[in-house]
Design a protein around this ligand. Structure first.
Ligand code: PGA
Length: 253
């Protein structure tokens, strides 16, 4: 089943906005349950508990980040154990906005990924090259480094709970999307790296998504890429009807 992940980022900032979004999204998801798509919504941490209640049986709820220790004096952080215990199914790690605004590195992502998998969360690890790296044709090199540095000691047995999201930085929030060929090449590069790290055919156990300016106009092109396991959607996940249009198209693949 293809995954449709909505990354709501730091939005729905007032009670009113949140309420009208949740009502509208619930209506849409009810209509879209038969599309055969797995819905995952990742709200701001503050809203997680409310989303868990209101989207029960409609969508899996994910977090946008997590800390790498279980408990203790870590002001402002969220424990992976809390996420699991309250019913959160997965967590996004390594989103490019966290790399950019908070200086997160692969060494840090490694710690978060190891712990999140250890406590039983599913992980969506985001990677992607910058515009400059893309122009210099360094995509494969960048992806392979981001993967090996963050994943080298993940126990192979945990791979089925790991998803990789290919999100070229030049496509996030820009309305510019790579060609299907470029996406296919990047996905292939990711699968090769996974096989290099974990051994032959390990890549079959890991889902690979695409993210960056996905909408209902370009979803057919994205889903037409061979072995595409789903998409990560930012802006358009804030519009429930558009989100469902994307789901409807995905259901046809
Ligand atoms: P976008 O964001 O869909 O708004 O480009 C994607 C993302 O940040 O994951």
């Amino acid at each position: 089943m293809k995954k449709l992940v909505g990354n709501l980022k730091m939005n729905l900032i007032t009670p009113r906005e949140r309420e009208s979004y949740v009502n509208a999204m619930r209506n849409e998801l009810r209509k879209g349950l038969h599309y055969g798509v797995e819905y995952i919504l990742c709200p701001p941490a503050f809203h997680i508990e409310m989303f868990l209640e209101r989207f029960d049986r409609l969508a899996l709820i994910g977090a946008q980040d997590v800390f790498w220790e279980r408990k203790g004096s870590y002001t402002g952080e969220i424990s992976p154990v809390t996420l699991v215990e309250f019913g959160v199914g997965c967590v996004i790690i390594g989103h490019s906005e966290r790399r950019k605004y908070l200086g997160e590195t692969e060494a840090l992502h490694r710690l978060k990924i190891l712990m999140a998998l250890e406590v039983g969360l599913r992980v969506i690890y985001c990677i992607g090259e910058s515009q400059e790296e893309h122009r210099k044709e360094q995509t494969h090199e960048v992806l392979s480094r981001q993967l090996s540095e963050a994943l080298y000691d993940v126990p192979g047995i945990r791979l089925p709970r790991l998803t990789i999201a290919y999100e070229p930085l030049w496509s996030i929030g820009t309305n510019v999307t790579p060609t299907p060929d470029e996406i296919a090449q990047a996905q292939e590069s990711i699968r090769v790296s996974i096989a290099n790290i974990f051994g032959k055919s390990a890549d079959q156990r890991v889902d690979v998504l695409y993210g960056g300016s996905v909408n209902s106009q370009n979803i057919d092109l994205v889903c037409g890429v061979p072995n595409m396991d789903g998409v990560l959607v930012g802006r358009e996940s804030l519009h429930p009807q558009e989100f469902l249009r994307i789901a409807e198209r995905m259901g046809k693949f």
